[in-house]
Design a protein around this ligand. Structure first.
Ligand code: PMP
Length: 458
């Protein structure tokens, strides 16, 4: 059966973020079912899902309560919208719940269908805010190189992924990018080689100020960043970075947008990454873990400063989606948040599982292929290096992809971003499953080493 499905897939299906030709030659792996932290493919293999799908299945697979919430809502009201002065109970209750969980100054939410739509909404809202404030010239948004904010045109433009810009440009005007706080990539091996991580963190924050001065404060609307860069490679900034960024922004009248699409809902051991780093953002795009990925839903949590202006002075905001606050998605998201609260999932990541993963993950640092092993909460990364030279592998070897494919074959879903291996397992993973994950990761590294550096394996 899987062969005929593969043939149909090849014939008709264009996958996201995929080299269509290469996939057509190889054929895709078909995932048929899942439970807990495991997925099962059509060949009968069970894999530990070290990526929680796409960083989203925070409560793990197979939660009957979420299925029941969806079914009941489907029966009662499968669809209605929030346009034209109407709403429905799931959207209202979810809005209330989100504002209760978010930092105290965030008291409103605008719903979307995804993280990308949330960031499109951010761009519209930020520019609308400054126009209402009588400063329409404040339109520039500063993002970061290698940041990820989605695949719609605005999401792609706010993000700083050069390969996406090269294919998708010209980007939305009025968006620019500054250096990312990626010490291992740029502070250790990049153009500021061997710099102390904390000095590097401060330098990256200073780059924001330089950009503000270059553009002119009176033209800058907002700075947008992920608390920890996810798709860019699970990049935790040096400890000096966020305090220095806050200090820079406090000197200027510029909104702070913190993209919580990955870091929100427990990933870093707090409900939001902004709480972990004490960021007090004006706007927080959210998605993914909001519904544990069971149904598509996102949104923007809006701080009082912006919400008050939009509400008091706004008039109609010409923006919204058919599925903004979809009742079935909202009902599932609400149940997901209630379960996370009742089961103490976030506290467990903060107090128990995050520190445990940190200890176990750090043991991989002694592997000859590993230049750095880092983690925060339930997000981790390994930087691959060539043990012969202590430098990065030649790009042509595609060491990260090789390690990812080996890892998959051995039963662990790890993702590669260049030569950075990353994990973000479901937040309900157990200590024993973390042990298995680390063992499987080490085995994948061993086999990768045997392929790439035969002598290292002798
Ligand atoms: N922002 C961040 C930080 C993300 O990681 C992602 C998705 N990986 C998005 C936005 C876009 O979300 P979506 O894929 O739901 O559009």
């Amino acid at each position: 059966m899987s062969h005929s499905l593969q043939a149909l897939d090849r014939a008709h299906h264009l996958h996201p973020f995929t080299d269509f030709k290469a996939l057509g030659e190889e054929g895709s792996r078909i995932i048929e079912r899942a439970e807990g932290v495991y997925i099962h493919d059509a060949e009968g293999n069970r894999l530990l899902d070290g990526m929680a799908g796409l960083w989203c299945v925070n409560l793990g697979y197979g939660r009957v309560e979420l299925v029941t919430a969806a079914t009941e809502q489907m029966r009662r009201l499968p669809y209605y919208n929030n346009f034209f002065k109407t709403t429905h109970p799931p959207a209202v209750r979810l809005a209330e719940k989100l504002c209760a969980l978010a930092p105290a100054h965030l008291n409103h939410v605008f719903f979307t269908g995804s993280g990308s739509e949330a960031n499109d909404t951010v761009l519209r809202m930020v520019r609308r805010y400054w126009t209402l404030k009588g400063k329409p010239e404040k339109h520039w948004v500063i993002g970061r190189e290698n940041g990820y904010h989605g695949s719609t045109v605005a999401g792609m433009s706010l993000g700083g992924m050069a390969p996406m810009h090269d294919q998708g440009g010209p980007c939305v005007p009025g968006i620019t990018h500054v250096r990312q706080p990626y010490w291992f990539g740029e502070g250790r091996f990049g153009d500021v080689r061997d710099q102390d991580p904390e000095a590097f963190g401060r330098q990256c924050a200073a780059a924001i100020e330089e950009k503000i001065l270059e553009l002119g404060e009176e033209t800058v609307a907002a700075f947008i960043a992920e608390p920890v860069q996810g798709a860019g490679g699970a990049i935790m900034p040096p400890a000096s970075y966020w305090p220095a960024v806050k200090e820079v922004l406090s000197r200027y009248d510029i909104l702070l947008v913190v993209d919580e699409v990955i870091c929100g809902f427990g990933r870093l051991g707090e409900w939001f990454g902004s709480v972990h780093y004490d960021l007090a953002p004006d706007l927080m795009p959210i998605a993914k873990g909001l519904s544990s990925g069971y149904l598509p839903i996102g949104g923007v949590l809006v701080g009082d400063r912006v919400a008050d202006t939009l509400i008091q002075e706004g008039g109609e905001f010409f923006h919204g989606f058919t599925y903004s606050g979809h009742p079935v998605c909202a009902a599932v998201a609400l149940k997901n948040l209630e379960l996370m609260e009742a089961e103490g999932v976030v506290e467990r990541v903060r107090d128990e599982l995050g520190p445990y993963l940190a200890r176990r993950w750090a043991t991989l640092a002694d592997h000859p292929l590993v230049g750095e092993a880092r983690s925060l909460g339930l997000m981790g990364a390994l930087e691959l290096i060539d043990p012969a030279s202590g430098e990065r592998f030649d790009k042509a070897l595609a060491a990260g992809n090789l390690c990812r494919d080996i890892s998959f074959r051995r039963g662990l879903v790890m993702r590669s971003v260049g030569d950075t291996m990353i994990i973000a397992p479901p937040l309900v993973i157990t200590r024993e499953q973390i042990d298995d994950l680390v063992t499987l990761a080490r085995e994948a590294l061993d086999e990768t080493a045997r392929c790439l550096v035969p002598r290292a394996a002798d």
